[in-house]
Design a protein around this ligand. Structure first.
Ligand SMILES: Cc1cc2nc3c(=O)[nH]c(=O)nc-3n(C[C@H](O)[C@H](O)[C@H](O)COP(=O)(O)OP(=O)(O)OC[C@H]3O[C@@H](n4cnc5c(N)ncnc54)[C@H](O)[C@@H]3O)c2cc1C
Ligand code: SF4
Length: 484
């Protein structure tokens, strides 16, 4: 990889990307395809390149501890997890890649709550398809909850025994979990062997930017500067002129015609705010869905014979007018978890992970700190009553859903899970410049050569894991920029 170890001679670039995670990299995929042979791209990445071997040896994804990179405020003090390093969260992610449902884009018009997205499922569908092809997602093409224009590139993983029964009971609502944990080997990856330690996958079976998209950074048009932290976006009137950054202990300025900020939903708004860019909604609506775990005790069902970490995704209670009143939920079935402590029934317990939707709250936000200007402050004042009503519904409905299986009992964990690493909101997209920071193509409403990519743009936070959607949005944005 042509990693620049010294400053580039010429500080002028056609494109400057902040961050080398999913958001920037999927933009680059399309940009490099369409840009001319003399295009110059600078990627500023705050972290190091920690190879897969380094990560396994050191039992961590980055040399920078995510815990120390921001300040928590609020009661309770909520964690927001991420990876600082080349490839960003692709190093630590678990690789679940469901699409959002069409209704998730239209919460306001269908249910009178939240916001509508400024684009529809149909608008994004070709870009979902393309993102799935790039990541080589394994899923069931014939039996998918999502209206698709093409097949999944890899076959689905094998269900476990409980999934097979759930499929019989809910043929239209229980599906194989789409995932980038390889079902069959790719040129660079072996198949997943269901160990379930995917943040540090020992065999490198899940898609990461390192193992499948390194070629982009070997393109002679691209300069990747590691341990280069963007400090400010420079503006002149309504134009962005470049990015000020720190590299090897000194500050430098790179000039760019187009600037893409893809630093995630904590650091992207932080960078904009540090640059003096203001909007009433900038930093607001910091969000991630909550989760509840449960054990489903079954009679005589093997719940550990699937071929990957999570095998099923259940939408039995997802759609419907209840979303006017409370968060809806999906049920992920796991092929992993502690065995049962009943003689002869060791494998007859299904571990499930239930994701519950909330509506992003204005008061949960990223702000600047007067004490330590080098770190964003993530203020979290709690989930809404909409979410808590959703949690009550989960406790009533999950036993009812599971009753179609040979059910013995359901036990719920006491505590809500709040740290899935799915950081969203803070630089909302929309058609109205008064109420949103970026437009439907993720271009800043006023600074028209500035793009802010990633899940920071999401107007609502549905149950689907966010990364596939944010990658599709980066492709959608790049296509617009490069063809309009
Ligand atoms: C443990 C874990 C498991 C997860 N599993 C899943 C999953 O199964 N499915 C799913 O959909 N999502 C999952 N996620 C979420 C997923 O990782 C994120 O949605 C995704 O990484 C966001 O992509 P991004 O490019 O917007 O940001 P990131 O991946 O966070 O990339 C941002 C990049 O910007 C760099 N950066 C930040 N600030 C600066 C700066 N000032 N200057 C230069 N560079 C900067 C960072 O170092 C980083 O490389 C998981 C997250 C975690 C933590
Ligand atoms: S389940 Fe195991 S092999 Fe599969 S991706 Fe996760 S860690 Fe890797």
């Amino acid at each position: 990889m042509p990693i620049a170890t010294s400053l580039p001679d010429d500080p002028r670039f056609d494109l400057i990307c902040v961050g080398s995670g999913f958001a920037s990299t999927f933009f680059l995929v399309d940009y490099l395809r369409r840009a001319g042979p003399r295009a110059r791209v600078l990627v500023l990445e705050r972290g190091r390149h920690n190879s897969h071997e380094w990560q396994i040896e050191n039992r961590r994804n980055s040399h920078i501890d995510w815990n120390d990179a921001y300040v928590r405020q609020g009661d309770p003090k909520k964690d927001w997890r991420f990876t600082i390093g080349f490839g960003g969260g692709s190093n630590c992610w678990f690789g679940q890649t469901p699409r959002m449902m069409p209704s998730d884009f239209r919460m306001k018009s269908l249910y009178g709550v939240g916001e509508d997205w400024p684009l529809s499922y149909e608008d994004l569908e070709p870009f979902y398809q393309e993102a799935e092809e790039i990541m080589m997602v394994a899923g069931s093409s014939e039996d998918s909850p999502f209206k698709r224009s093409g097949p999944y590139p890899q076959p689905p993983h094998r269900f476990n025994g409980a999934d097979r029964l759930l499929k019989q009971a809910y043929p239209n609502h229980h599906f194989a979990m789409p995932t980038v944990r390889a079902r069959v080997d790719t040129r660079n990856r072996p198949p997943c062997c269901a160990n379930g330690v995917c943040d540090l996958c020992p065999v490198d079976a899940k898609f990461t930017i390192q193992n499948e998209l390194m070629g982009l950074f070997e393109d002679p048009r691209v300069v990747l500067l590691l341990e280069a932290e963007a400090l400010e976006v420079e503006t002149q009137g309504n134009i962005v002129t470049g990015v000020r950054y720190r590299f090897q202990g000194r500050e430098h300025l790179a000039e760019g015609d187009l600037v893409v900020v893809g630093a995630n939903a904590l650091f992207s708004p932080f960078l904009l705010m540090r640059s003096g860019i203001r909007h009433p909604r900038l930093g607001r609506r910091l969000y991630e869905a909550a989760s509840l775990r449960a054990e489903i005790f079954l009679d005589g069902v093997d719940c550990f014979d699937g071929s990957t970490l999570t095998t099923g995704l259940n939408y039995a209670a997802y759609e419907g007018p209840h979303r006017r009143e409370r968060g809806t939920f999906t049920i992920e079935t796991w092929n992993l978890g502690p065995l049962r402590v009943d003689y002869g029934k060791w494998r007859s317990v299904l571990h499930v992970y239930i994701t519950i939707e909330d509506l992003p709250q204005e008061q949960n936000r990223v702000v600047l700190s007067s004490e330590d200007p080098s770190k964003p402050v993530a203020v979290f004042e709690g989930y809404s009553p909409y979410l808590h009503r959703g949690v009550e519904a989960v406790k009533a409905e999950v036993p009812r859903i599971m009753a179609r299986l040979p059910l013995e009992k359901v036990t719920f964990r006491d505590k809500l899970g709040q740290n899935g690493g799915h950081i969203q909101g803070t630089v909302m997209m929309g058609d109205d410049p008064e109420t949103s920071v970026v437009d439907r193509h993720l271009i800043h409403h006023t600074l028209r050569n500035l793009l802010v990519l990633g899940a920071s743009a999401f107007p609502t936070g549905p149950c689907a894991n966010p990364t596939l959607t944010l990658c599709a949005l980066s492709l959608w944005s790049a296509r617009h920029v490069m063809t309009s």
